[in-house]
Design a protein. Structure first.
Length: 324
């Protein structure tokens, strides 16, 4: 992780305190060290018939889905008992069908690189983030951290929220939200107003988003048109598993998918590593990828997958400290 951060620093001159960024929310909120329940309390590592599954009940709707999930898994007992009777992949499939973020331990290792960059428009003169206009449609942690780092590197950041669905991080620790967004302009829009959205991105050099592609198309935001409209533009797309995969993900379950976990003190199985660690990890990866694209002239769609970022770090961690 420090190697990724150091590369960003070499490109921009902006240092990243990796330890601080990865642990900030937990320290501000006073979270305890996690075990098989995440630091934030919503995600649970559950033993399945053939391994381990993470089920993240992060929203009230997720909690309401638990009886339906138990029913799909066999219809008896509490969720841990229902999960224990079925393979992890089956648990994840049923949870995702209900819109609940879930993953099988290590399921994303080796499946894709953390960052995929494709040419979508003409390049321009190489540049740094200084003076770039960044429009940030993302929420929660990974995308906003990317925007924060680009802002520290000299970009002008505009934070955009839906009038009907504001950033969920506003309901959490105020100091943490301020850390991510201080110094940024803030715009609240009705996302049904396509003309307002198009006007907002019309002057943008960089767009950051963490939405499903079809949701963006419904809002009238077209990646291909944006990139072709002016040389050197950049679109950063942050997802759980890639733009071609509709599975939902949050930081804790994405980390489990990448096998970025630790072990319980008694060594009996996996435990969560840090607080939603795939979120800040992905934010740093995305900031480095965006800065590299600008250095190379832009014109790129940069896709950053949270689970793949976690998987790369997990593999690097094992290589640095192989098991005895």
């Amino acid at each position: 992780m420090r190697a990724v951060a150091d590369d960003f620093t070499a490109l921009t001159g902006v240092p990243i305190d990796v330890d601080a960024e990865l642990s900030l929310r937990a320290r501000l909120a006073g979270f305890a060290v996690p075990g098989r329940t995440s630091a934030g309390g919503s995600c649970h590592l559950l033993r399945a018939a053939d391994g381990w599954a993470a089920v993240n009940l992060a929203r009230p709707d997720d909690q309401a889905c638990v009886p339906a999930l138990v029913n799909l898994l066999g219809g008896a007992g509490e969720l841990p008992e229902a999960v224990a009777r079925r393979p992890a992949a089956t648990v994840v499939r049923h949870a995702q069908l209900l819109g609940v973020a879930a993953s099988a331990l290590g399921s994303e290792r080796g499946r894709r690189p953390p960052v995929v960059r494709t040419r979508g428009g003409p390049a321009a003169v190489r540049r740094t983030p200084v003076g770039a206009r960044v429009v940030d449609f993302s929420a929660l942690w990974a995308g906003p951290l990317c925007a924060r780092l680009l802002g520290l590197a000299g970009a002008h950041v505009v934070k955009v929220e839906s009038a009907h669905r504001p950033d969920g991080a506003r309901h959490g620790n105020r100091a943490f939200y301020g850390h991510l967004h201080d110094g940024h302009d803030s715009v609240v829009l009705d996302f049904a107003d396509r003309a307002a959205l198009r006007a907002l991105v019309g002057d943008a050099d960089v767009v950051i988003e963490a939405s499903r592609p079809r949701a963006l198309r419904r809002a009238g935001l077209d990646v291909a048109h944006f990139l072709r409209a002016r040389p050197g533009r950049l679109w950063v797309s942050i997802t759980g598993y890639g733009r071609d995969d509709d599975r939902i993900a949050f930081g804790d379950d994405a980390a489990v998918a990448g096998a970025l976990v630790t072990r319980t003190p008694d060594g009996t199985g996996p435990a969560f590593l840090g607080d939603a660690v795939a979120d800040p990890v992905t934010g740093i990866y995305a900031a480095r990828a965006a800065t590299r694209s600008l250095r190379d002239g832009g014109g790129h769609l940069v896709c950053v997958a949270m689970a793949a970022c976690a998987a790369e770090l997990a593999d690097a961690r094992r290589a640095a400290a192989p098991p005895c």
